[in-house]
Design a protein around this ligand. Structure first.
Ligand SMILES: Nc1ncnc2c1ncn2[C@@H]1O[C@H](COP(=O)(O)OP(=O)(O)OP(=O)(O)O)[C@@H](O)[C@H]1O
Ligand SMILES: [Mg+2]
Length: 325
């Protein structure tokens, strides 16, 4: 178990060499809340012996995440992910960026084994995710922390209880130890003074930080963030970004951040993948992404309305739709 405080200095993002292209059941009364929040597996999953659980625990050179030629469709009509390959080395932070509907959340769902099928491989911390059975999948997810697109806090539990929840579910720690651990996590995100509040009594930024504390309650080895900055004011956004970097460093974890926020994420990530319509259309370090003339990157990074990335989702001509010739 790692102890840290909010004052822990974030690790400075250093240039890296090019990366290769290449829940347990909640209490009955919570089940409805969990499903309503779209959490079909974890508020945070995690285990106290993560490093021992993971098949590649001792292998520091193995990438934490390797997705190879992954394709995925929710139904036969439309392919959502199309031959996606990406690698994230241990200890690094990668951003997955791209327009709305390009498949970012779907990619995260494939990474944690929430959905599967079709060709391709997903290897996380040595687990071949697509080959796992139900029990193995539950064990695998104990190594992963996830911050959902809309936070996903249990609405009828206080901030303290939300963060304590995974610790109570996955460990036999005494209440006094759990209290210490929860308070340390809340201190880390600046919310120790709000431990007794309900989620409805928090601002959007505070709720995001509470969800962050819960996501890392069990010191996961891989942390997935889906839009951690959405809807935050500039100060909360900067604090959250700094927290993500600090948590990754202190927990010796690996992080994947799905985000649209170019300015803030480029400050903290090591590498960027740009998605469009289910494909990786560009990749590079933040510096490379700032400097490349690639039209996809330029349009996204410079927030241009004109370029190869259309605003409209694929659809038949409007005249055909309206029956007007
Ligand atoms: N459960 C689902 N069933 C069917 N189609 C889905 C489902 N979830 C998402 N989709 C479709 O998959 C495509 C990609 O959705 P996804 O949520 O992965 O996009 P995204 O890149 O995360 O977008 P955003 O930035 O808006 O969150 C969209 O066209 C969406 O309509
Ligand atoms: Mg999404």
């Amino acid at each position: 178990m790692v102890f840290f405080t909010f004052s822990t200095p974030p690790e400075v993002a250093v240039p890296i060499c090019r990366w290769g292209r290449q829940t347990p059941t909640p209490p009955r009364r919570l089940r409805g809340v969990k499903q309503a929040a779209g959490l079909d597996f974890c508020y945070n999953a995690g285990a106290m012996n993560l490093g021992i659980d993971a098949p590649d625990a001792g292998d520091v050179s193995a990438p934490a995440l390797c997705v190879s030629h992954l394709s995925f469709s929710y139904d036969a009509r439309r392919r959502i992910l199309d031959d996606v390959s990406l690698t994230v080395p241990k200890g690094r932070i990668a951003a997955i960026m791209g327009g709305s509907g390009s498949g970012k959340t779907t990619l995260l769902r494939n990474i944690c084994g929430q959905v599967s099928g079709e060709p391709g491989e997903v290897e996380v911390l040595g687990y071949k995710v697509r080959e796992l059975g139900r029990e193995q999948l539950l064990q695998f997810r104990r190594n992963i922390g996830m911050l959902f697109q809309f936070g996903g806090l249990f609405t009828d539990l206080t901030v303290f209880e939300n963060v304590a929840f995974p610790l109570r579910e996955h460990t036999n720690l005494s209440e006094s130890v759990i209290r210490h651990l929860v308070m340390l996590k809340l201190e880390a995100v600046g919310l120790r003074g709000s431990a007794r509040l309900l989620p409805s009594e928090l601002s959007g930024g505070m709720a995001r930080r509470a969800a962050l504390a819960r996501a890392v309650a069990m010191d996961p080895k891989l942390i997935l963030y889906d839009e951690p900055f959405a809807g935050l004011d500039p100060i909360s956004l900067a604090i959250t970004a700094r927290l993500i970097r600090a948590l990754n460093s202190v927990l010796r974890a690996t992080s994947v951040i799905v985000t649209h926020d170019v300015a803030e994420s480029f400050q903290i990530v090591d590498y960027v993948y740009l998605m469009w319509q289910g494909k990786i259309v560009a990749e590079g370090t933040p510096k490379e992404m700032r400097e490349t003339p690639d039209p996809y990157v330029r349009q996204f990074v410079d927030a241009r309305s004109d370029g190869p990335l259309p605003f409209h989702q694929p659809a038949p001509p409007l005249s055909e739709e309206l029956g007007v010739l």
